[in-house]
Write a protein that binds this ligand. Structure first.
Ligand code: 5AD
Ligand code: SF4
Length: 470
């Protein structure tokens, strides 16, 4: 079999649809990079695409069904293309692909390729096999020995002002509700050299903020240039040396892996933004034990205290699950108390739902749906009130906002405050990609609005320097 020669092929249209977490967003960008030398260029419509990749997420309920219903729509597009004499390669990637494997090929004849998160560096070979041999259908859900990061090409696409960089994959924690250890495999860390090289390239391509990604990002322990194991704190200190990189973030963390070096980095590295997503899941020790979280609520509080000592303005986010099997009213009250005591800037919350193959799915005392709904509503009310108060406290302040998106309306850009709040700013598109001091005018449930300081009206009512934004 011969692989297509780089740049030998005419331009082909690649449509990628991404579900789920930021790691999937990163993976989709890298798949696009891998396919670029074969002539594939990203497009935004499935119609007329030469290749379609559905990069799937398995963490939410009915994830598999959502993929199959999307495949129904893709099939119509493919049928239309084939009827016109064309071809379309349809691929299912990501965690549903990893979990369902061959079953996808069996249930959806329209699918040509199924591959998991650890094998997409082999895409050129898979595509060649699918296109050369009529009817070749491939399922590639191995956890290969070779390291995919060693085989990925240098990133070519514009990462935008705020870029993702995967530094760690997989999870060894085996929380009893979670599918991730089964779909993403064992914990693995990239080398520091590979990460820093990629970070420098991203900054060279225009990124001003990098979010380091991993399923358990703070379990990172990569080989350093000195041959020693580096933890995340040390890596962040090295990242902060990169010229032009103004902001560093990381997600998602486990409370157990918040080590001294990382906590210290929150105090000593100004580029490390004062925001941390640190999931706790529950405030009840009984439930935390049943979840196999390997930390108590007191451990979590102690970590938060130490973090806030290092960085007093640290804004916190978390994930919560309500209605885990066996959760009583008392357990739930413990969660509400923890939330009240900690105070969150934002958070995600979910009703527990059984994932096939996970230990918690087999537990007897599942909580009735009505109780889950009631608890979720109470919890979200508390979290929303905290988020509103947190946002309200920003009104009247001046915060540096990285304008990394075009707003919904003309004359508007969107960005993030250091504490991860979405800020809508009246600013000219020339300011896209810059960090602008913004006076916060108003606060809403999930966002803020503001005016650039240099663009605010002077006391006599005249607006100076408007041309700068015109
Ligand atoms: N049920 C409900 N929520 C879940 N999560 C993971 N698995 C489940 C499940 N079976 C939530 C956790 C995790 C987030 C990404 O998704 O809160 O931190
Ligand atoms: Fe899932 Fe727990 Fe691992 Fe997070 S730490 S990915 S919740 S098993």
């Amino acid at each position: 079999m011969t692989l297509p020669r780089p740049d030998a092929s005419p331009t082909k249209k690649l449509y990628v649809k991404t579900w789920g977490c930021q790691m999937n967003v990163y993976d989709s960008a890298r798949m696009t990079d891998v396919l670029a030398p074969l002539g594939y260029r990203p497009v935004t419509s499935v119609d007329d695409a030469d290749m379609v990749i559905l990069n799937t997420c398995h963490i939410r309920e009915k994830a598999t069904e959502k993929v199959f219903s999307e495949l129904g729509r893709i099939r119509q597009a493919k049928d239309a293309k084939v009827a016109g004499g064309g071809t379309m390669i349809v691929a299912v990637a990501g965690c549903v692909a990893q979990a369902e494997g061959e079953e996808i090929l069996n249930r959806a004849p329209t699918v040509d390729l199924v591959f998991g998160p650890q094998t997409y560096h082999q895409l050129p070979e898979m595509v060649a096999r699918a296109s050369e041999t009529a009817g070749a259908r491939i399922c590639n859900t191995d956890f290969p020995v070779e390291e995919k990061f060693d085989f990925l090409p240098e990133e070519s696409a514009d990462p935008g002002p705020s870029a993702f960089l995967s530094i760690q994959e997989g999870c060894d924690k085996f929380c009893t509700f979670c599918v991730v250890p089964y779909t993403r495999g064992a914990e693995f860390s990239r080398t520091v050299r590979g990460i820093l090289d990629e970070a420098r390239r991203l900054v060279g391509l225009g990124a001003r903020e990098i979010t380091l990604l991993g399923q358990n990002v703070n379990a990172f322990h990569g080989e350093g240039p000195d041959g020693n194991d580096w933890g995340l704190g040390r890596l962040i200190m090295a990242m902060a040396e990169i010229e032009g990189l103004d902001r560093i973030r990381y997600t998602t963390s486990h409370p157990r892996d918040m080590d001294d070096g990382l906590i210290a980095a929150h105090g000593s590295v100004p580029a490390l933004m004062p925001f941390l997503h640190l999931p706790v899941q529950s405030g009840s020790d009984r439930i935390l034990a049943a979840m196999n979280r390997k930390h108590s609520q007191a451990d979590y509080r102690a970590v938060v205290d130490r973090l806030r000592e290092a960085r007093p303005d640290l804004a916190l986010s978390s994930d919560f699950i309500v209605g885990f099997p066996g959760e009583s009213d008392r357990d739930f009250a413990d969660t509400l108390r923890l939330i009240t005591d900690i105070g969150y800037a934002q958070a995600y919350s979910f009703k527990y739902s059984a994932r096939p193959g996970t230990p918690a799915a087999a537990l007897d005392d599942q909580v009735p749906e009505a109780a889950k709904s009631e608890r979720l509503a109470m919890l979200q009310e508390l979290l929303s009130a905290q988020q509103r108060a947190f946002n309200q406290a920003s009104v009247g302040q001046v915060v540096p906002v990285l304008l990394d998106r075009h707003g919904k309306r003309p004359g508007q850009l969107q960005g993030r405050s250091p504490a991860m709040q979405s800020v809508f700013v009246a600013a000219n598109k020339a300011h896209y990609g810059s960090i602008v001091d913004v006076h916060i005018d108003d606060a809403f449930a999930n966002s803020l609005t503001g005016t650039p300081v240099e663009n605010r009206a002077v006391p006599n009512g005249q607006a100076p320097a408007l041309e700068a934004f015109a």
